[in-house]
Design a protein around this ligand. Sequence first.
Ligand code: NAD
Length: 510
Amino acid sequence: MDIPAQLLPHQIHGCYPGVAIGGKYELGGGDKFSPASPVNGEAVCQSGAATAADVDAAVATAHGAFKAWRTVPAPVRGELVRRIGDEVRKNKSELAKLITLEAGKIPAEAEGEIQEWIDVCDFAVGLSRQLYGLTIASERPEHQLIEQWHPLGVVGVISAFNFPCAVWAWNSMIGLVCGDPIVWKPSEQTPLISLACHEMVVRAAKTMDEAPDALSCVVQGKADAGEALAKSADVPLVSATGSIPMGRAVAQTVAARLGRCLLELSGNNAMIVTETADLELAVRAIVFAAVGTAGQRCTSLRRLIVHPDIIDKLADRLVKAYATLPIGDPSKEGTLVGPLVGKPSMEKFLASIKAAQAQGGELLCGGEQVTDGVPGGCYVKPALIRMPEQTDVMREETFAPLTYLTTYDSLEHAIELQNGVAQGLSSAIFTSDVREAGRFLSPAGSDCGIANVNIGTSGAEIGGAFGGEKETGGGRESGSDSWKQYMRRSTNTINYGSALPLAQGIKFDV
Ligand code: NAD
């Protein structure tokens, strides 16, 4: 696959820049790295990397940009995001190609990810005129009590390989209208798409005098670059997306300096299928949620909790649907299941299947590597495993197209199973019974950040707040009032009278 060079900064000595501070690109002093494309296992490029000192320099420059950007009126900041959205619209399919190359997504899903960026631009532009604070009734005469929302400062974004653009876009489009510059440490799997995303911001910023150059910065590298970003005292908010061990490490580093963290970590998402479910609809939702993006979405469907009267029928239909799945080169027309990101993912997929079998599971279909007719890389047949009960292997996230089926006794039992894991990201119920749906969505129902009825666990819209509970980290991004995390609240009391009454009626006359 060709690299769309027009979206990228120039290489430096055959290497893509490891540090981008606005329109200024440098190699960076860290160890260069060469990620392999999941499509064929071949090196995509060589990338420079940032050292801790490079990260500190990027943060310091972004902090300087913050001092100017925070005073630009929010609707003007929104105008920048509107222009970014225009750049993205112009380059949608070329940007998507980089996602296919570096993350292995099929074009429909890669373009969907870019569309998510466009959608969040639109959302953020509207938001730029709606960063509302409250007017609160004061207990004192001739006093006003109000709250204002002010820009917070530099936002550090650490992102995962599987949404190499959208996660940054959620954070940075909202962060920019809130008045915050962004310093991004992308996944070491996806350096090119991150540079291309950054370039779109740089190009839009060049068209506006009000926009300082260093509103967007990128620091490439592995965990050490992310650690340096998490440590930086001038980053009041670190938004980190990835595995639970990564989130735990980042949270501790940020907590040690009493900074703020927004964590979007692993899921272990379940769907309850009751005996009144529309099975036709359920099968379509299950297949997309379980095998879309080759099971490498944080919201991918991992566990199916099914009424015993329908489990055989459902399993049969799923096995038939899985038999028709086109697996292979994601850039080829018609492919629905592309590659896993790399060998460790495939090994984990195969090991989890073995573990499930040792725990009493029956492999219904798939579960093996595909080597014929694929261009290299790690391709697998999506697997379905019927389990006698919810065992240990079902409680961990295997980031691959592997879905377990088990049965439940009562709706309470089904909800208990669904909630009986450490992660709390996404969940769904398929039912035609309004009472079952209501109970699933009630305080005694799903304990996840996302709970759906008659749609799958994956494929969220940007208008809602996205994120999950428990070890998923508790963060919320994108829609609803997630913007508040990117701002600081200032509570203001204004005395327009000529007396000085104290709150709580305290007398303190001198
Ligand atoms: P990962 O945890 O290996 O890496 C994520 C990012 O963290 C990368 O940029 C990596 O370099 C960085 N990193 C790793 N260790 C770090 C440390 N100690 N300090 C600072 N940075 C560090 O995850 P991955 O394999 O890229 O992505 C897959 C995982 O991400 C899955 O578990 C998936 O569920 C999760 N994910 C969650 C969401 C969500 O919104 N909840 C979205 C996408 C992916």
